[in-house]
Design a protein around this ligand. Sequence first.
Ligand code: 4AZ
Length: 628
Amino acid sequence: MKCTHVVLLFLCFCFSSCEASYGKHQKNKVTNTHQLSSVRAIIQEEKVDKKCLLNKYTRRSCSKVFCQPWERCVDGTCVCKVPYQCPKNGTSVCSTNKKRYPTYCHLKSFECLHPQTKFLHNGTCTDEGKFYVTLNYGITDSEGIVKVKLVGQEQEMFICRSSWGMAEANVACFDLGFPQGALHTQKRFHFSEDLHTKSTECLQVHCGGFETTLAECAFSKRRVQGSQDLARVLCYTPDADLARESFQCVNGKRIPAERACDGVNDCVDQSDELCCKGCQDGSFHCKSGVCIPNQHKCNGEVDCITGEDEVGCKGPEAQEGSRPVTVLSRASHDGLLETAAGHPEVQEETEILTEDMDTERKRIKSLLPKLFCGVRRPEHSRRKRIVGGKPAHMGDFPWQVAIIEEGKISCGGIYIGGCWVLTAAHCVRSSRAHRYQIWSSLIDRIRLNSEALIHQVERVIIHDKYNGTTYQNDIALIELKKHLSQKQCKLSSSIPACVPWSPYLFQPKDRCIISGWGREKEHKKVFSLQWGEVNLISNCSEFYPNRYYEKEMLCAGTDDGSIDACQGDSGGPLTCVSRNNVTYVWGIVSWGENCGKSEFPGVYTKVANYFDWISYHVGRTLISQHNV
Ligand code: 4AZ
């Protein structure tokens, strides 16, 4: 195992040095092409998660990425919002059909539904507003040096090469009618020298990667710096000859294999960055298997659905912005600076010509309603203790509830907001709804604490595919009765746990917490709420052959089996905390062979698999954390 890594590291090193010395040693490169492509194939093999690829995830798969603010997540896919669902704040923008929209979000949501209508410029529409992109001096229609005519500028202008990356090239090609974007950003062309001498200025451009026209990207003007300073592009056509190992994007585009999992959205649909076991240099690996560019780390916007790209950041002054004009981060000996796109750039005055719609997109995002869940009150943040069945204190598990039947705690449950409690189907029966009481904010069932509240049950909803023999779909919802003359349920000391919307939020080996009033190992009765830390376990069918259903269940336990759920804990929570400190109900205590045996870990209902079922019953707005 170690040996393979050493070999691979060496190959990686060789691969990047070969790339870096392109031009200087082109002959060597040609002779080694075959060798190099097999190296790339090995690297590619290691990086990409093939099983994940079968799901055909794209930038619209909200179990992998966040939707845009003009989209909402429905059944795992980002779908267009209708314009009235956009925040009202903002200034008007003009579209290509010369219509004015109250905000950028309104226009983007309209465009999402009617793709022929695109952004033209900020402000109200004027007659002289014209924007277009052209390719020049290329041999075919799909390649050339990029020229742009901006709204409010009289002349067409070249784009500076230093600001030109795959994000910008993809948008330009898309704008030009190549739906699969660009293949290359720096293709060499032969053109006459006087081309440069004529143009003394070029346009710096920066796109966020979500745009459908270059008009949405930020433009500034600066002096041309040399003969190679103009941006060129080769747009992708289906007959593009890659002549080497390729990665097949979900949209059908083929990209060189080594460009998968490098943080750059080469595919346009992002499918090359969503199923990665690791990421190449220059990019950051989200726990959810997504590669994002390093510049997106600590930029003030959460990119990883698991939140870790904005954790441990040093504050605004240390944040790397996203516009090349401001992201002059690495000075080198010759006075050149490296930009976000990795191109050297001379620091000099630039004149900003168009607004940055990426900043506007972020601002719109910040205006969207936020769901409150999974965050304890600060005074109740649980003190860290050693692993073991430990007594809980008031406020430690504000989502934990007890189901009382005939005066005894029969099961646990999880408060998820509104009047709703989640539990295991095997804990309850619809016909017995009137017999249950739900106790919230309870710690000790003998010595009652003042915060404890008793709720009657309005109805019980059992999953229609619950199987009492196999314990498949062991999930149920309990709706609490509202107090007379009140429209809402009052669970004053309770806080809802968040319902996970994606199966990629937590992974095997992650540490999570179980809690309940269930029995101890020797079947000793327990009176006060207990908790313990367990690890998520993969390949659980090894422990339970023919009884474990991967899609619907998950396993958790400790190596020695010392921490486990037991009789009476059923229906209660297995909660996991994301890197940005949000608590999710990842599992519901369901079953297991005995208690506390390392060879038989506890089995839990995989809540993420039931997000749509839960939201169907409780309402999307109650549990959706993002873009309702
Ligand atoms: C039960 O009987 C039960 N060790 C719950 C969890 C486990 C075993 C039994 C897992 O409710």
